[in-house]
Design a protein around this ligand. Sequence first.
Ligand code: ZN
Ligand code: ZN
Length: 146
Amino acid sequence: MAPPMLCPVCAEEQVIVEYEGVELDLCVEGHGIWFDDQELHMLLESVDSVGAAKSLESTFEAIPSPPGETPKRCPRCSTPMEHVRAPADPDPVILDRCRHGHGLWFDAGELRAVLAKHASTEDSPIARVYEHLSAFESGADHGAEE
Ligand SMILES: [Zn+2]
Ligand SMILES: [Zn+2]
């Protein structure tokens, strides 16, 4: 097994949560969730929504980082990540993506917002993923304090 990755926000070791055969890396402090390259696609594919996975990723759009901002670094290669804007509900969210294709970082709540945009009906496969991951995200909330 690969060594645990560090959260791009707090640099604590992330915990690995397996869902539908896909390993997800979550910050124990509740900062967010990391998807290695293809993991988001595999996750959605595993719940039988290949079309949804393709359409989801095609909605991500690279945008310039605001001047003066310190970019988060990729937990795999430590390269500063680029921003991508993703349609979400109620407002678009800004995700961090490794320029070398290692993966995507969702800050807390961002994954929920993105999936909510695509969960058109309550029993859609994306809605089930959304329900499941919401439980992880909210479960981590109590550990976050600054
Ligand atoms: Zn963290
Ligand atoms: Zn990387």
